[in-house]
Design a protein around this ligand. Structure first.
Ligand code: FES
Ligand code: FES
Length: 171
């Protein structure tokens, strides 16, 4: 079958078999190997990508099911040399060790912050609950996403007038 999938903002067309998995389409056909492939049984969640903005396990999605949809992979997180706050958060808070689960974790974090810019600890844990990390114990992953939320909020906040600081709020 001939399918066209919008991947990271670009339409990509390929001939695929009906049984071809999205994770294979991304890794083998498009050479986007940032999407990892761990278990093939829908357990580990390392293969998570965003489909129309929502995290999906790409080993459980057929490539043909992604036709006409927008897929976002970890390769699209950074804007040139500028890392996404979630990526920066994983650096700042040591959110990875071996890094195998990290692309999927970061994409889930991105999707969460897009719909909820100020998630609670519990909401972050629920968001990543379908993904396994065998290294970090999850605490630093949660902290990484919290760091990204604070960073986004700080960047979005209007700068306080200099006079407010200098005069205790009076101009
Ligand atoms: S590879 Fe493990 S859930 Fe997809
Ligand atoms: S950092 Fe190794 S599996 Fe998560």
């Amino acid at each position: 079958m001939r399918i066209t999938v919008n991947v990271n903002g670009e339409d990509r067309t390929r001939e695929v078999e009906p049984r071809h998995l999205l994770v294979r389409f991304l890794r083998d056909d498009l050479e986007l190997t940032g999407t990892h492939w761990g278990c093939d049984t829908s357990n580990c969640g390392t293969c998570v990508v965003l489909m129309d903005g929502e995290p999906v396990k790409s080993c459980t999605v057929l490539a043909v099911m992604a036709a006409g949809h927008e897929i976002r992979t970890v390769e699209d997180l950074a804007d040139g040399d500028r890392l996404d706050p979630v990526q920066q958060g994983f650096i700042e808070q040591h959110g990875l060790q071996c890094g195998f689960c990290t692309p999927g974790m970061m994409l889930t974090g991105r999707a969460l912050l897009d719909r909820n810019p100020d998630p609670s600890d519990q909401e972050i844990r629920e968001a990543i609950s379908g993904q396994l990390c065998r290294c970090t114990g999850y605490l630093n992953i949660v902290r990484s996403i919290q760091w990204a939320a604070r960073e986004q909020a700080a960047v979005a906040a209007p700068e306080a007038p200099a006079t407010a600081t200098a005069t205790g709020g009076r101009a």
